[in-house]
Design a protein around this ligand. Sequence first.
Ligand SMILES: Nc1ncnc2c1ncn2[C@@H]1O[C@H](COP(=O)(O)OP(=O)(O)O)[C@@H](O)[C@H]1O
Ligand SMILES: [Mg+2]
Length: 217
Amino acid sequence: MVTGCSRFGENAVPETLGWLRGTVAAPHRRVGNLPAETTSLVGRRGELARVRRLCARYRLVTLTGVGGVGKSRLALRAAAQLRAQFPDGVWLVQLSALQHGALLGHAIAGALGLADPTLRPMGEVLTDYLAGRRLLLVLDTCEHLVEECAETAEMLLEAAVGLRILATSRQSLDVPGERVLVVGPLPVQNRRPPWAGVMTRWRCFAIARPRWSPVLR
Ligand SMILES: Nc1ncnc2c1ncn2[C@@H]1O[C@H](COP(=O)(O)OP(=O)(O)O)[C@@H](O)[C@H]1O
Ligand SMILES: [Mg+2]
């Protein structure tokens, strides 16, 4: 027996209570465990559109790039924008603190709020639960467990046709069908004030006519 009930986030809707809430729930209820953003997102409009497009077409999309470039932030915002397309939710699996690849299945089950009291292998529990559901998993920070993430992603995607995965990792998972988007740094803002050009021209004028320089410099 597998039940789904998130332990995380205010937006989560425990699945076991879903049918009870059916009559009163808002039509666009948010299912999942995405955390609310606490700071505003700078830029990334183009990248967000690209991630949404890729996720609409492909079942495994990986955002790669150097540490701190903004992969997780971009993935979380894109996932939030994709919520309407996944009636069974958008679920974040934060892997940065996970040290053992053997526990990956448990981490995913934990994020989904699955409780399985039997001794079945975790892979079976997950595929059983995900089969027939339309759901987005965000596997965040895969780089230290790339092999395990690749293996698990492949297995879950094969077993559950309605599943899509958005991963972030410093390197790609290298799974057949994966699409990679390399996240680059944000462009540096040009902080030159609009009147800077005028000042430069005045300075040139002052150098050419020293008599004016005390006034213009
Ligand atoms: N576009 C952005 N706007 C505002 N803050 C950002 C943006 N991208 C990244 N950050 C912030 O920079 C830090 C590193 O970003 P993060 O997404 O964790 O990087 P990565 O996942 O590539 O290591 C975080 O504190 C994050 O909130
Ligand atoms: Mg990250």
